[in-house]
Design a protein around this ligand. Sequence first.
Ligand SMILES: [Fe+2]
Length: 182
Amino acid sequence: MELQLYKRKLNLPYNSLIYEYLIDCHFQNLKEDAKYKDAYYNFLVSDKKFFDFFDTLYEQFYQQSVKIFGQLTLMPDNRRSCWIQVSNKYDIGGKQLIHNHIQSSIINGVYYFCVPEKNTGKIVFCDRYENIISKYQPSENTLLIFPNYLNHYPEVCDSELFRIAINMEILCEEDVWMTKTY
Ligand SMILES: [Fe+2]
């Protein structure tokens, strides 16, 4: 099976205020969710403080998807949301379980806002039998677009510094993956 994976460099500048804000949110969530730690994975940006940044990021994800697949008809329950995962070598940001997004989306995007070191914290893609089919080393300002059905998980980011990945979803009427040729 050919891996349906699109990589796009975005032009959103790194912003240290957003970095600090996301790290703060992460630790706040860890504190609040301590009793549910097993379930903790990533968190939704709900603060309006950096709305422009996250809205622009989602719009770029959407526009890149339109460029790849053509016009998309969004479902009424499509959510223009950004889910954040913060991790480093001591704090893996919850369980790094193999999963897909088939229940909640058609198109998946993950934007790498902060990648502290090369050769660590790869995203691993697996087939339906959970065999590894590919690994991708993210770099900063890169957006990956991939199918809802594609199993994946992040490897531990073996760095003192934090890796921050921002996950987004598109729920549309078009079955874009069926119409692509392999
Ligand atoms: Fe995911």
